[in-house]
Design a protein around this ligand. Structure first.
Ligand SMILES: C[S@@+](CC[C@H](N)C(=O)[O-])C[C@H]1O[C@@H](n2cnc3c(N)ncnc32)[C@H](O)[C@@H]1O
Length: 391
């Protein structure tokens, strides 16, 4: 084992590792990984070795410092795998371990190969092209070989961007119980299926996910798809966001491109549930367009197109400030590049300590509101929750 460790450390140290596969588990364990793929990657100017653990229904990645990667591979051989194939720039090493851990290594010269770090400089997606994912195949985004259809590339990117946002809020979701998530205005539910795939299939979480929308035919279609995919912790319901009263407790509310004040209805629900996480991409913010006025802003508001854009931004600013007052650390993030859709602001709100005093926040909000002469839906809907904070 000593010489295997030296060999592996040497390969990594020389920077000649191209790829590796560790397979043939000694003991079958139902919930454990069955294979590990290895490759070098570059992250922020540093070379790491990426270990890709393949489970029955998910894949997990771990990036290990190059200086520690040889030892990690050797441990995986010693404890778990009986076979490995390590490719370098000029050789191939077939590693075999007996039941008693006697190591034999067959070395073969190969045609020159390059260490491919370029692959890793490209954007690392949560869902990678080339890995067939059942829901993406069903939705016509990739084919059965995992190739993304040219016309669906923007959608694929959007799904991945959304999953990055979900990845970021994972630490804010409970780990020891079922996580309840509602997607308000789910529509065709590309992102609902993506969220389910990532959390239930890739992360192995126990979920209760509801997708709600006004459109009966769309909901029926989504429910059929969920059944075909065996996504049995995902339900679709027909209904209006404002009337949805089925659940008592919800951990995360998602509302993506729900029209105009439907977004506010969703935010109000989320706040009343005390949801830990809210992800919202507003759309068609018409409400304030009819309200906003201030002579000092007339150079801006006298142009319809500017007034429309300003009203949309003013709406989201009001929403963000109200969420802060109501106890959410709130950020506005770019959801997807402008070239793909103008509906590109995502409100990410996480329940927790908001810096500053709530009195200051409400003063700031009220000055802003009064300056624009607006009365946003979310403030009106949450007036009872806001009342205790008003002086
Ligand atoms: C633009 S689509 C977005 C669909 C999906 N969330 C997405 O981002 O791809 C907006 C959806 O919100 C739904 N919707 C609008 N107002 C709603 C309401 N009050 N209650 C439930 N759904 C609503 C519409 O029926 C529509 O399917």
């Amino acid at each position: 084992m000593e010489s295997l460790l030296e060999l592996l450390e040497g390969i990594v140290r020389q920077g000649t590792l191209v790829s590796g596969t560790l397979s043939q588990r000694r003991r079958k364990e139902p919930d454990s990984y069955t294979k590990v793929l290895i490759k070098p990657i570059q992250l922020r100017q540093e070379i790491y070795i990426q270990f890709e653990y393949h489970y029955a229904n998910k894949v997990a990645h771990e990036n290990v410092l190059a200086s520690e990667a040889g030892a990690r591979m050797a441990t995986l051989f010693e404890d778990t795998f009986r076979q490995g194939l390590i490719r370098t720039t000029s050789e191939e090493y077939q590693v075999l371990l007996s039941k008693k851990n006697k190591v034999s290594v067959l070395k073969k010269q190969t045609a020159a190969a390059k260490v491919n770090l370029t692959h890793n400089r490209k954007k690392q997606y949560v869902l990678e092209e080339g890995e067939p994912v059942p829901f993406l195949i069903e939705l016509g985004i990739m084919n059965t070989d995992g190739k993304v259809l040219a016309k669906k590339y923007d959608k694929f990117r959007q799904i991945n961007r959304f999953l990055e946002m979900i990845q970021d809020v994972l630490p804010n979701l409970p780990k020891d119980r079922t996580v309840t998530i509602v997607d308000f205005g789910c529509g065709k539910s590309y992102l609902t299926f993506a969220l389910y795939h990532y959390l239930a299939v890739q992360q192995g979480m126990t979920l209760n996910v509801v997708g709600l929308d006004l459109k009966k035919d769309v909901i029926e279609h989504c429910q059929q798809l969920a059944s075909r995919l065996d996504y049995n912790q995902l339900r679709f319901l027909v209904g209006d966001i404002a009337d949805y009263n089925e659940l008592k407790q919800v951990d995360m509310v998602v509302t993506l491109h729900a029209c105009d004040t439907a977004t506010d209805a969703a935010l109000e629900k989320a706040v009343r549930w005390g949801a830990s996480v809210i992800l919202s991409v507003p759309c068609c913010q018409h409400e304030l367009f009819k309200q906003v006025s201030n002579p000092a802003l007339s150079p801006l508001l006298s142009h319809g197109i500017l007034k429309e854009r300003f009203s949309a931004l003013a709406t989201d600013a009001a929403r963000a400030k109200l969420l802060e007052i109501l106890g959410y650390r709130t950020q506005l993030l770019e959801f997807i590049d402008m070239e793909h859709t103008p509906k590109n602001i995502l409100i990410r709100a996480v329940k927790g300590n908001v810096p500053g005093s709530v009195q200051d926040l409400i003063t700031e909000y009220e000055q802003y509101r009064d300056f624009l002469h607006i009365s946003p839906y979310l403030e009106r809907a949450c007036s009872d929750l806001l009342e205790p904070f008003r002086s």
